[in-house]
Write a protein that binds this ligand. Sequence first.
Ligand code: NOJ
Length: 590
Amino acid sequence: MSQTPNIVRSASAGSTSNVVRANVVRSSAVTPSAVTPSAVTPSAVTPSQRRAQQLDPTDSTWWRNAVVYQIYPRSFADSNGDGVGDLGGVISKLGYLELLGVDAIWLSPVMRSPMADHGYDVSDPRDIDPLFGDLAELDRLVADAHSRDIRVAMDLVPNHTSVEHPWFAEALAAGRGSAARSRYYFRDGQGPDGSAPPNNWVSVFGGPAWSRITEPDGTPGQWYLHLFAPEQPDVNFDNPEVVADLEQTLRFWLDRGIDGFRIDVAHGLAKAPGLPDMDLDTAIVLRHTDSDPRFNNPQVHPIHRRIRAVVDEYPGAFTVGEVWVDDNAQFAAYLRPDELHLGFNFRLAMAAFTVDEIRGAIDNSLAAVKAVGAPPTWALSNHDVYREVTRYAPDDSPEGIAIGTDRARAMLLVELALPGTAFIYNGAELGLPNVELPDEVLQDPVWERSGHTARGRDAVRVPIPWQGDTPPFGFSTNPHTWLPMPPEWAALTVDAQLDDTYSTLALYRRAIELRYHRDEFSGDAIEWYGAPKGCLAFRRSKGKLVCALNTGPNPVSVPPGDVLLTSKPFVDGRLPGNSAVWLVSRKQET
Ligand code: NOJ
């Protein structure tokens, strides 16, 4: 398997305010019948009671078994009418997130940035970009989230800066061999006039990974390395100033009450010594292998130890690294007790809707962390990879997308039944598919860098529909949202789904709530049950929960037990195709 963001099969396919809506109800009771749809049924537990039961502020290992909701801020909610989401928008929706029941949010980057890669090009890592708000607004967000027992993680981008970071301007001005250039990878070019790049590396976004600068005296000069866009020069962690600055950034946010970090390109912070040529046969846009000299070099581990030492000064804070590493032993090395707390394992987000692929991804992800005692992580999608509805859809027709939705609902039950930490990408809880966008609105640098051969990730970043019948669906007061929203999303808005007890949103709320409340969701391991062809079933080994998934088209019988939740109503007492069920085993625990 290759390991980098794998979006990119070409794209297919209000004031829901923070007031908890009275007509939405909850329950933690087992539904006794064997034929149970995914309806939300009443309960006396209020959201704050529920949260208080779920999260103990003194629990420093909450992240081992959490539900973390990823917010892509420019697409979540726009509070100032510029058509781009912002921190004020996030604050206005915290009640919604409380209602959803998540433990934590992860904000994709909101630091100062010229937005060449929508915030993953940071010009000041210790400030908020005005597009999103300011530090005071972030403080308000953190305080409000904490008052609802929702923790807040930020995206940290240590691998590269923006070309607008003061360090880069200093490096350009300072000249060859200077201390300022040694914060980055500046090298002379090859050939008599240095006009060929220093090595053959290509950028993850397409095109060469090197750009040539003009020296202060106006002559063609050195080259600098950028594994991503030219606006994202890679920093050199061999320079002690670089890691010291990162430590300062970590403390800056942790002191403000931030609860952790998602670490961008965590496996790429160190490059192979000497920068040897790469194997160009393996070079595909947005992909790479474990042996690629651009990534996964042993020198990365001391950097993670430095990060961990700082984060450990703040009990309860955590890190989750973007670790696109295939080999389990090498993946586990990032999760040793003095490195990352969590590592994203993307196997489930890459798996097709087949028993072999899903089971293989689960077994492999569990095995990968076992040796180091770290919890597994699970994600079905994120801002870089296909939305699960589209990924599981047999085709992009409305019927195909309906099947994709059924499968995505089923996979939510699989994901949340597993031990470890689950990540939900904003909009997944609404069953949003990818959006087929016209060429002229595409903004992902991948589109240009790949010479218009890869459409990039915009299809999964279209703003969230909150309410109403027409775009922009309460996302903004501005009809010109940064990416256009499809009119067909009227049926998928938060408001429409809150009123529908069979909606995908209702399923998410119910599943998250049960996962928190029920003792059946305990134990660090799973055991597989025998299952008919096209099905899989597993049991949490210390709990009595059984999760059964039917990937086939026809209904099947399920193991004995009381039905806790189904992704689709049973048919004649059987689990329909493209659906999953949670059952509580009637057998006594031995
Ligand atoms: C990984 C991030 O998830 C992606 O969105 C970004 O473009 C690259 N790293 C570069 O920072």
